[in-house]
Design a protein around this ligand. Sequence first.
Ligand code: SAM
Length: 343
Amino acid sequence: MNRDEIIKVLKNPNAEKTKEIFSLADAVRKKSVGDEVHLRAIIEISNYCKESCLYCGLNKNNKNLKRYRLSEEEIFSTALKAFNFGFQTIVIQSGEDPLIKTEFIENVVKRIKDNLDVAITLSLGERNLDDYKRWKDAGSDRILLKFETSDLYLYNQLRGKNEKVHKRVEMLKELRTIGYEIGSGIMVGTPFQSYESLVDDLFLMKELDLDMIAIGPYIPHKDTPLNDKLNSIVVKDPEATTLILVALSRILNPFANIPSTTALSVIDPKEGRINGLKCGANVIMPDLTPEPYKSLYEIYDGKTSSPEWNEISQENLLRSLKMAGRIPSSSKGSRIKKIYPLQ
Ligand code: SAM
């Protein structure tokens, strides 16, 4: 499919064409990365943020949010809990919190790596390259830093920036040279975002040769400025559009790790996760943040409504994977480096 054809499908998805794209994505997924699903545990270590992104509930101007920061002990005990559940990747995430010291993350990473056989993904936002180098030396493996949209004008508007060059895109390239696996992605359906720019996003993700591609629908948050601009949303059905973009990403990037994002499961708690897996995704990232903090990491409305992760959540997840004909991965799930089609 060329650019114009993709734009046409996104604007007017008919059932037959969508089904065709989903089946092709599923077939590519099966052939390239197989039936295994990588389970990654997210620990949200701080909801402080110095940024004022118009879409995000953590933005610094949201005075209705109680802020928290986890201690090293709390992070480690949550990582241990995740490990005991069988998770082989720990994703350490936070708002852009300048009071999280470089040494703090260094110690957390070292402690987890010294004691647990897991991969570590950092999703802490923009930090300087020296921090990222130190955290790599400490043992972290991957970075997740979404560029959110390739449309720099829209990006600057949404994030209150005035960048001439997309800093996050440049950072991703640098982070790869340090030796990290790089993950990035976009939000789908923010006000003013066009279908055309979504196709640019798709091609930029391909060009960056991302190891992990995260595509999630925008979900409004009542205490954010963007909530007043919802009548400027162009993308009619962010959930359906997200699924098509996930499928197209799989077709374009056969070996990338592609999560069925949390936001999909918030929009559709019963089927959202599985829907993502059916159209090309091979990763699920449950939130293991302990209460009372989990309820405070409210980036969008409804994000925090599920209970703290427990045995029942784990059983439900494994059961739904089985019903979908998928199996939990037995590895840490680094990206497979091969050429497609397979010889
Ligand atoms: N501070 C880190 C960063 O900026 O990369 C990680 C935390 S940030 C809250 C994680 C992701 O949440 C963002 O990359 C963005 O895509 C997503 N997000 C924030 N607000 C959202 C919303 N209203 N709807 C959907 N996703 C949202």
